[in-house]
Design a protein around this ligand. Sequence first.
Ligand code: MN
Length: 493
Amino acid sequence: MKETVSPRIEQAVKLAKEAHEGQFRKTGEPYIVHPLAVKKILEEWHMDEDTIIAGILHDTVEDTKLTLDDIRKEFGESVSFLVDGVTKISTARTGMRDIDTYLPETKDNFLRLMIALGDDIRVLIIKLADRLHNLRTLSALPPDKQRKIAKETLEVFAPLADRLNMGRLRVEMSDLAFKYVDKKRFDYLKDLIEKHNKSAEKTLKKIEQEVGEALKKEKIKFSLSGRVKSAYSLHKKLAKHNQNMGEIYDLTALRVIVDDITDCYLTLGVVHALYTPMGGRIKDYIAMPKQNGYQSLHTTVITKDKKVVEFQIRTKEMHEFAEHGLAASFYYNEQKVTENYKKGKIEHLPTNLLWITELQMTAAKLREGKKVDLKKLKLNLFADKIFVYTPKGDIIDLPDGALPLDFAYRLHSEIGDHVIGVKINGKMSNLNKKLEQGDIVEILTSKNQTPKSSWLEKIFTSHARQKLNRTLNNARSNRQPSSRSRRKKDKKK
Ligand code: MN
């Protein structure tokens, strides 16, 4: 790798050092350690110079005497624009200093956030680098803040990394965060994965050898490596399959990286000639890429000694893109993409990231004061999820379509069981009201309230339905065939 020392980057480091002089992080280290770590992450992602400089300076405007004007004079419009974007996101957050949680409490703030992101997607990349380093050093914070940041990471940042096809970032972020959200579960799954890997070691070696020989015979150039499954993705998969380990087929996976697309399909043939493919588990993400642009061939096979192994076959470019996503496309099209950003043109983004274009056009409309279907905009970012808030600013994610009782049961079944009403954005509302993105939801409860079976019609999530049903069943079985229920029966007659 060529090491060019850029005088502009050196100047930015010098300026940031001076500006953060005397400030310290919760870890006890001088503050400058953080912007320098963000710089390093952005360099690893091969981001352009302006983005790296903005990364170095990302906390200066908010936390030091340095102003946007200073930055503009020294580094130009583009850098100051990026720093401004990152700062805007920070000020839109819920006002807890030191906590790097920016999720806004109100729709207005959400709008500001979207506009900041929509202007230049590089703002988001700096924010992701910032969050990654904060996660890596999360142990220095008190437990409640750890949990909050970790949760927000799993709910917002990791899915965003996924939307940008930044696979490596998604895995690192979600495992770091998962550890703080549910340490027991994390340890359990991590241990399970390690044990599994140990027991699969021999099988894998043998397969690597067999596949390697066969590929050499076909004169296909390749590199082979094992893929380690992340604890969080296993956790999510198990949840989808009713905790049934027998249905997880990709615990052992091998990655084959070859030169071109033809070799990908040839390799698939070689693998299927050696082992028995499992029906319905061949996926051609090359012909049909995932929504985030991910490309690869996947197949699950059963080996001669009855072991289940997944193969992922792809080219180097596909691999690079699967690991670094949007950042990789900056690397490959650096000139083109950054130049076009400066000119306000965005058509040179890779087609698989066109949703970003959509986001930017929406932001432009908002700036012009035009009406925009906000719901549509957010669906693009968070698929079918909505984020609502407690009056204290805790973020609760729910599927789109959720109702107040879903929210109440998500907080706690004790709260769900005693609901007497709901305030949405400060106004009394009713239990049939569908929750919207960004709503602030306050549940009113009373000790004397008991759950009604009619509530089942006012529930959207299976989670809340389960909890309500449990309470209803308990109430039924605890109740003696009382005079009251007998009287009811009599009435029916
Ligand atoms: Mn920061």
